[in-house]
Design a protein around this ligand. Sequence first.
Ligand SMILES: [Zn+2]
Ligand SMILES: [Zn+2]
Ligand SMILES: [Zn+2]
Ligand SMILES: [Zn+2]
Length: 331
Amino acid sequence: MRTFDCCCGNSLFFHSTYCISCNRNTGMCPACNRVVPVIEEVDGICRCGNPDCGVEVTQCFNGETNDFCNRLVVKAELENLCDYCTLTTVIPDMPIAGNYEKWKRLEQAKQRVLYLLDQIGLEFRGVDENSEPTLSFEFKADAEKPVTTGHKNGCITINIREADSVERERSRVELQEPQRSLIGHFRHELGHFFWDRLVRGDREVAFRVLFGDERTPTYKEALTNYYQKGPALNWTSNFISAYATMHPWEDFAETFSAYLDMASVVDTATHFGVTDSGIQDFDAMLKSYSRVGLIANEFNRDMGLLDLVPQVFVQPVVEKLRFVHGLRKEV
Ligand SMILES: [Zn+2]
Ligand SMILES: [Zn+2]
Ligand SMILES: [Zn+2]
Ligand SMILES: [Zn+2]
């Protein structure tokens, strides 16, 4: 993630709620899409402190009552919750110990992913009658019925167990995944959401050329098959991950997730002057990611951590990533 500037010259971070240097309140302004100081005028009106923006803002209800949302609400819209928080329709049961922390981790991972979507022009809001399905999030715990993390008709459900790092690591080892993170879950499930919104009915022919036919075998058959037999031995020559071999929809979601990983890392690297590619040109971005990923992997190995970029980008995978890139609209 990039950093932002306070009017006092200090750096602000993505989740900053105040500036540690000048003590001003800070927040993410949805109008200019950056973390800004909030300037309170004599009459009590609060404005975005970016001189090029200056819209009247209020705090999100989840910033006022809980400490995990710094996204501001444009005053004219008269909403209590910001446009990100309002998408969460089911939150964990708060009287249960530990659930507040889980909710906070889930929302903060979600905020990072949605911010990136805004940056790269993948529209997730309901903009018109053609914007189907409508996006929402449910954060649920296992009860009588176990909760499966997944996407259905625009609704992304995350099992809150995934917000417990010990549980998540256990699953990662069991499933032999090179990485498992909350942010990764959001990116993967959003892949299913964007398939429904941007590929279904519009780009299916081009999709099938790269990812295969999603109709045969059916998803259910593919699922049973995968858990009986596992991935094909030579999967690395065509797929981004073992799980991507399960069905073309999972291949797309895994590729979409890897694309967002790439865009966020290269945006950060560009912001800090590590590379100058930016994230508009696909080939330049991919080239930067390969180089930055190699260096970051060595940093992580220096520290005994898992690789930042565990994937290998063989040519068929590159073409699938390029397909995802083509879904972006100009911003
Ligand atoms: Zn400041
Ligand atoms: Zn602003
Ligand atoms: Zn909020
Ligand atoms: Zn999936």
